[in-house]
Design a protein around this ligand. Structure first.
Ligand SMILES: Cc1ncc(C[n+]2csc(CCOP(=O)(O)OP(=O)(O)O)c2C)c(N)n1
Length: 1173
């Protein structure tokens, strides 16, 4: 059907009526309201109305045959040339066809809606009679507006160098712009308008009209062009919230949105003058010094200042900045207002007065607290110290900001703002960027919006963007944020400041991230000593011709009459004078302190405190009982909280432990947290699946089994005035989350922050955080942290990537000297030794020691990171339990746990003294028992490996002076603690002059992998270690073990059968009761018969089944919930067939986390409830 273009405007009345006749229901109703108003308007205004429609139609058909046959004005009208603002504008058939063609795939045969393929056979749908041309025109205008909104940024003039643009560098910038815009439009709409003066109604989805509802097409295009394809490219249409999109339009589309008053312009120029002046001054005074100047992106400083001012006005009181080298000194001076003299002192090569290695000047942190002149409010600014590793400071900044929010009770981030600066190459290149921004909406990690600024100088060291990213923009990684990205030409100061202001407002309004991409250039090489022409010759030819933005902006303001040239030269010389004076002052400084560059001052923490005094960590049993009673109880009745059956069983087992005054790992940990919370220490535990615990041992967060998202965390309800307890499952990130929690731990010394790896093996994806922050942060930046890292570690035959937290690496990073025997006579030796070391490394074996170690973290006058190799199977090992007395006031952390068994009673009879650490201890005592060598082999656990307990080891050497010395480890020789302890044993023995012994190694041979994945090999290796220490089992040993196993099996069989028949009886009783009560269901008797037959059968099978259950139960003390979790306890290792590999157990959903699957049906009381003594 060919649509007569006249129909619509000929008679809107007809259009409506026809529509009404042909359409029914929703379509009519939808069309009705919008067309009704159009109709009303045209009826009033139009020259065509119901009374003359027939006349006009006749004229039109005449004109169609011969345009000259009608009056010139009608000719102009039908030809679309008339300028009648009152009339809907007809367009030529040609243009209409081109649209139809484009919509129908170029066929131009028009008339069918719905894209019919033609060919005459397919039925065509007749569209209603309407002024389709008129509608199409409006739709196309809407589409064009939308195209600009969506893709206008692609054609924006962002590059001050004029190199980057959709059409390449061969065109002049003007031409390029035009071409680019057309490219944007043509990309989607092969449609041209004949009359650019035609007036169109603006849709509500644009605000370019301001108060105007109608604009001529040309004006619409001009305005869109200015808003979207000028010096700002706003990327926001991917935001899912229409309200937020509208907000963005209000700030960019509205006429006059980017208007600066003369005073604002002067302020921008003043700040630019400082930015450029600072770099010029350093360049002049320190010609050969690296400073990673900001020249080419000078606007960064005024933009940051604008964010600070605006945010301060909007209520922000504390800002955390993370940034790399580029422009850092400038930021410290001109944004944070660190005195210039202090900065220049760093250039003079002066020695620091305090210990530590220090860091290069463009890595140091800063903390300032001052009055903001624009808002007249106080504001704190922190620039977080960072390593060379680009972008790795990001999560640290976020964690610090989040912790500050917590400290201030700032629940929405109204008072605390993180700002992170990025380089263009690093922003798109480093995975940590994604890991960090991906936390932005996670409840326990959000900072309620971060402002990101990319200092985009369009080159990464020497690499062009086309070789450093696949994405169009370096910011594309941030599209995941569902937040706006403002690309802006860094040589347009006002555009940049506008973006900065809108970003600050956005963050304050929506508490979401926002990105500013400052597209500039790098006036010098990567650093000031670099020759950029080696690699970017053409780019630098252009750069050399460019005037600095400060100059061009000053010239612009002179042209506008805002300032005179003299004003500008006065600004420049005024700032130069300030710098010169600061330079003279800096020369007077003879020394400086690293601590002057501290980014995390802990006011009041260090003052008047005896750093060496470690507070006791034991607590009264009453407190333990109070905490235990709440921790081990289901939620209070009034909550009507439905708890999972398995959890109820676990809670029951925990209560049993309370009665027996004994604690397993979970209880020991809960005691540590609970007692700290009681003391007002905020505790935060973070990591993958920490709420339940990877090995299902923790269960701190209970989930209502009937209601979604209803949870209960007993540790939050211990005391009315307790500190806050947070335990949060993290995203599947190690580097990002560890960095975040490290930052969190730095905010306050009175917080215990724990990051737990799922398995220690995965912690190496966070290696830069360990290397550059955790192990060396204090020495580089005088910055302390008491962060605890829990790394599940131990060889359980579960494969190379589920076995090792890489103890050796953490020990190698420890900075205590292996060759120096310390002065152990000092009564403060323990504290002094820890203070002198960069971190503590432990491999703990008892819940009580974990309790004391965690409490010790916040007990002294200093903070030190703790790396603890957390257990896996030992979490449920029946022997890994501590009596309450090991937690009481008389107890303390044990750096070593000496032998307390038979061998310890008669040390003179001991032939072998075995030192070990961690889970292998439980293997060793089992084997010693099997080998019946309890009186001749002493086993000593080194719980704190670093700093090495020289004093206590010496005592052991003295005690067992005739024993052969052995180091036993389950790890391979090139791994584990061996290389660390070997040197320190030697130093200890050397110091213990009478001794000529040396420690021999007993463990797995060297290996490049951390573990085998083959069970047989695993057991064989295990047997080799044990045989090496204890020799092979004698015949007598074997007979004894066989007898033991038999006895155990018999016992278990009896118990199982007894409990089975008991539970069966109970069930029968219950069923009978039920049947008596209800007396219903006619078929009930039949069912009962079948059931009792089944029962008979299963009773018969019971004895056999119970025996199997019992066997299984003996093999496994615990069944971890994860497939890759610990294997059966080592007791079963010897009995494992050597030649036939045991098929690896498939992951089974843990029905009962504390019991082996096989024992569930028997519902026996947990065998684990009592220590296996
Ligand atoms: C993780 C990391 N890899 C490599 C480097 C070495 N490096 C220092 S600066 C730089 C280029 C950075 O480019 P960009 O992010 O664009 O920042 P710019 O220096 O241009 O400001 C590189 C690769 C580093 N510091 N950190």
């Amino acid at each position: 059907m060919k649509i007569n273009p006249i129909y619509g405007f000929r008679n809107n009345c007809m259009f409506i009526n026809r529509s009404r006749q042909k359409l029914h229901g929703g379509a009519v109703l939808a069309a009705k309201s919008s067309n009704q108003s159009l109709f009303e308007k045209n009826k009033r205004d139009s020259v065509v109305n119901g009374s003359n429609a027939v006349y006009v139609e006749k004229l039109f058909s005449k004109w169609s045959r011969d345009p000259g046959s009608v009056n010139a004005s009608w000719n102009a009208y039908f030809g679309g040339k008339a300028s009648t603002h009152n009339l809907p504008q007809p367009k030529s058939r040609k243009s209409s066809q081109s649209l139809e063609e484009s919509l129908s795939g170029g066929g131009g045969k028009g008339g069918t809606l719905g894209g019919g393929s033609g060919g005459g056979k397919a039925p065509t749908i007749q569209g209603p009679n309407a002024d389709w041309k008129y509608i199409d025109d409006h739709l196309v205008v809407q589409a064009i507006i939308r195209a600009y909104q969506t893709r206008g940024h692609l054609a924006a003039d962002l590059d001050p160098l004029g190199i980057v643009g959709p059409t390449g560098s061969s065109l002049s910038p003007e031409n390029k712009k035009v071409q680019a815009t057309k490219a944007v439009l043509r990309q989607h709409y092969y449609y041209t308008f004949n009359d650019l003066n035609a007036v169109f109604k603006l849709p509500y989805t644009t605000l370019i009209g301001g108060d105007e509802q109608f604009l001529p097409l040309q004006e619409i295009l001009d305005r869109l062009e200015r808003v979207y394809c000028g010096h700002i490219g706003v990327e926001y249409m991917m935001i899912t919230s229409l309200y937020k999109c509208h907000w963005i339009r209000q700030h960019f589309e509205k006429p006059g949105a980017i208007d600066f008053k003369p005073d604002d312009k002067k302020l921008i120029l003043e700040r630019l003058t400082r930015s450029t002046g600072f770099e010029n001054f350093l360049a002049k005074k320190f010609i050969s010094e690296k400073r990673f100047g900001i020249e080419g992106c000078d606007i960064l400083i005024p933009a940051m200042k604008e964010i600070v001012d605006e945010s301060s006005r909007l209520g922000v009181e504390s800002i955390f900045i993370g940034m790399a080298h580029r422009g850092r000194l400038n930021v410290l001076s001109n944004v944070c207002r660190k005195p210039i003299a202090d900065i220049l002192t760093q250039f003079h090569g002066i020695k620091a007065m305090d210990p530590g290695s220090g860091d290069v000047k463009y890595h140091l942190g800063v903390f300032t607290d001052r009055q903001n002149r624009q808002s007249n409010k106080r504001i704190r600014i922190t620039v977080v110290a960072n390593p060379s590793h680009l972008e790795f400071v990001n999560p640290v900044v976020l964690g610090k900001a989040r912790a500050e929010m917590f400290q201030r009770g700032d629940i929405n981030g109204d008072k605390v703002l993180p700002i992170i600066l990025h380089g263009d190459a690093s922003f798109c290149g480093q995975g940590i960027v994604f890991e960090s921004i991906h936390m932005s909406e996670l409840p326990a990690y959000t900072t309620y919006g971060t402002i990101h600024i990319v200092v985009n100088n369009q080159v990464g060291f020497t690499t062009d963007p086309r070789f450093s990213r696949s994405s169009r923009y370096c910011t594309d990684v941030a599209r995941v944020l569902n937040a706006p990205i403002f690309h802006v030409n860094a040589d347009d100061p006002e555009a940049c400041i506008h973006c900065a202001r809108v970003a600050a407002k956005w963050r304050a309004k929506f508490h979401k991230d926002v990105v500013i991409d400052l597209v500039g250039y790098r006036r010098n090489g990567h650093n000031e000593a670099d020759e950029p022409m080696f690699t970017q010759p053409l780019m630098y030819q252009r750069i050399r011709k460019l005037k600095p933005v400060t100059v061009t902006y000053a010239e612009k303001l002179v042209r506008e009459g805002v300032i005179k040239m003299d004003d500008y030269t006065a600004m420049v010389s005024g700032y130069e004078k300030i710098c010169n004076e600061a330079f003279e002052e800096s020369k007077k400084n003879e020394s400086f302190k690293y601590s002057d560059w501290l980014d995390s001052p802990w006011p009041g923490f260090f003052q008047g405190r005896d750093r060496l005094k470690m507070c006791p960590t034991g607590v009264s049993v009453k407190v333990l009982e109070h905490i235990g009673n709440i921790y081990c109880a289901p939620p209070p009745e009034e909550r009507n909280f439905v708890v999972h059956k398995g959890i109820l069983r676990i809670l029951g087992q925990r209560r049993k432990m309370l009665q027996d005054r004994i604690a397993d790992w979970s209880l020991g940990e809960a005691f540590a947290f609970g007692t700290l919370l009681k003391d007002g220490i905020h505790v935060r535990v973070s990591g993958q699946d920490v709420e339940r615990g990877t090995f299902s041992h923790r269960h701190h967060v209970l989930h209502h089994q009937k209601e979604d998202k209803v949870k209960y965390n007993p540790l939050q309800y211990l005391y009315p005035d307790q500190a806050k307890y947070d335990i949060c499952n993290s995203s599947l990130s190690e580097c990002g989350v560890l960095g975040f929690d490290l930052g969190y731990s730095m905010a306050s010394p009175n917080t215990l922050v724990i990051w737990e790896a799922q398995f220690g093996d995965f912690a190496n994806t966070a290696q830069p955080i360990f290397d550059t922050f955790l192990c060396s942060g204090e020495t580089k930046w005088v910055r302390q942290t008491g962060l605890v890292v829990l790394l599940p570690h131990s060889m359980e035959g579960m494969g190379p990537e589920h076995s090792s937290g890489r103890i050796e690496r953490f020990l190698q990073l420890s900075d205590d000297d292996p060759d120096v025997y310390p002065d152990t006579s000092d009564c403060d030796f323990v504290a002094r030794q820890i203070i002198a070391t960069n971190w503590i490394v432990t491999n703990l074996t008892t819940p009580a020691n974990l309790f004391h170690a965690l409490r010790r973290q916040v007990s002294g006058g200093f903070r030190k990171p703790l790396i603890n190799f957390a257990p896996k199977s030992v979490l449920r090992h029946p022997m890994a339990r501590s009596p309450f007395r090991d937690f009481n006031e008389c107890s303390a952390f044990q750096r070593i746990i000496p032998e307390t068994g038979e061998a310890g009673l008669k040390p003179e009879c001991v032939k072998k003294l075995v030192f070990c650490s961690g889970k292998v201890y439980y293997d060793l005592i089992k084997e010693r028992d099997d080998h019946e060598q309890n009186d001749t082999v002493a086993i000593v656990r080194i719980e704190q490996i670093c700093p090495f307990p020289y004093d206590l080891i010496t005592k052991q050497l003295e005690l067992y002076k005739d024993a052969e010395l052995i180091w036993a480890q389950e790890e391979h020789k090139n791994q584990g603690a061996w290389s660390y302890v070997q040197a320190r044993f030697d130093t200890t023995i050397l110091n213990f002059q009478k001794d000529t012994r040396c420690v021999t190694y007993h463990g797995r041979p060297p290996n490049s992998a951390s573990s085998t994945g083959n069970k047989v090999q695993h057991y064989n290796e295990y047997n080799d270690i044990m045989n090496g220490i204890f020799g092979k089992l004698t015949e007598a040993n074997k007979q004894r073990l066989a007898d033991q196993i038999k006895a155990q099996q018999d016992r278990a069989l009896k118990e199982s059968a007894a409990s089975y028949s008991k539970s069966k009886k109970e069930k029968v009783k219950k069923t009978e009761k039920k049947d008596d009560k209800s007396k219903q269901a006619s078929g009930a008797d039949d069912k009962k018969k079948t059931k009792s037959k089944k029962d008979e059968k299963s009773m018969k099978a019971a004895s056999g089944k119970s025996a199997k259950d019992a066997k299984k139960k003996m093999k496994k003390a615990a069944t971890p919930a994860d497939e890759a979790a610990p294997a059966p306890k080592s007791a079963g290792m010897r009995s494992a067939p050597a030649a036939k590999p045991k098929p690896s157990r498939k992951a089974e959903p843990a029905k009962d986390d504390n019991q082996p699957q096989s024992s569930q049906k028997s519902k026996k009381p947990g065998k684990d409830d009592k220590p296996d003594k």
